[in-house]
Design a protein. Structure first.
Length: 262
């Protein structure tokens, strides 16, 4: 696939936005990346946009993961249990999702995201336990939530970052900042799994992915710093996260409704 210099520049700008979203919220990469690739960068193939986005988002998530790891905001035991169960769930969910009308499922998924947004906003002043981690007591719950989140992610064809953070908080009681950092492990593993499938069929533009990742490097650092700042402002991080989920959910519901004249 041959792109112009302007398209590559737009790819870098898109990567910065996605990297900031991942660093700040631990999610939003897949939902933002594909529309940006299709409508802003103007990648002519939808499959190429999805495959390239999946690889770039996974790489950007890994970059954000390194930044969060340096500050100790990742619970590695929880991340491992959640990600392993989530990968299994994603495989099962994606297999089932192929049998169901995708656009209608996206509309239902948007409604689910709105509900999660409202619940997080109502509990925005709950700080969480900064020492929360995975133990023998809650490990099965973490794995269960991971499998459920992975299944929904695969079923709806969405990266799942918006579901992972609330699921980690519900399973362990950890802080929002720790959940965001920990979620990036799952986002990285889910993205690489998807990218590998698309790369086998040649649906990854490696040059565009590289430019996208470079932009994401800058955005990820800025997003992580902003997340750390907001986490000290008494519920502002959770408020921002819930608001962002709600806005994306409205966009998804609108796009899905257009497809079926709802």
């Amino acid at each position: 696939m041959i792109l112009t210099e302007i398209q590559y520049a737009l790819g870098g700008a898109s990567g910065m936005l996605v990297g900031m979203s991942l660093g700040l919220f631990g999610g939003g990469g897949s939902i933002l990346a594909v529309p940006l690739m299709v409508y802003l960068v103007a990648v002519p193939s939808a499959h190429m946009a999805i495959g390239t986005s999946a690889f770039a988002v996974a790489a950007n998530a890994a970059i954000g993961l390194a930044s969060h790891a340096r500050h100790g905001s990742i619970r590695w035991g929880c991340a491992a249990a959640f990600s392993i169960a989530g990968i299994i769930g994603a495989y099962a969910g994606s297999t089932l999702g192929k049998m169901v009308d995708g656009e209608k499922l996206l509309f239902l998924f948007a409604i689910l995201m709105m509900a999660i947004s409202v619940l997080m906003f109502r509990h925005r002043h709950w700080e969480g336990d900064p020492d929360a981690s995975c133990t023998r007591t809650n490990a099965p719950k973490v794995a269960l939530f991971g499998g459920m989140t992975g299944s929904l992610s695969g079923f709806f064809g969405i990266g799942g970052g918006f579901l992972i953070v609330p699921a980690l908080i519900a399973a362990t009681g950890m802080t929002t900042l720790s959940a965001i950092g920990t979620s990036l492990v799952a986002v990285t593993s889910f993205g690489l799994t998807t990218a590998a499938n698309y790369a086998i069929d040649g649906f990854v533009d490696w040059w565009l992915a590289g430019v996208f990742i470079l932009g994401g490097l800058v955005g990820g650092i800025l997003g992580e710093r902003l997340a750390r700042y907001l986490s000290r402002k008494g519920g502002m991080l959770r408020t921002a996260f819930s608001g962002f989920i709600f806005l994306v959910a409205i966009y998804m519901a609108y796009e899905s409704a257009l497809q079926f004249n709802l």
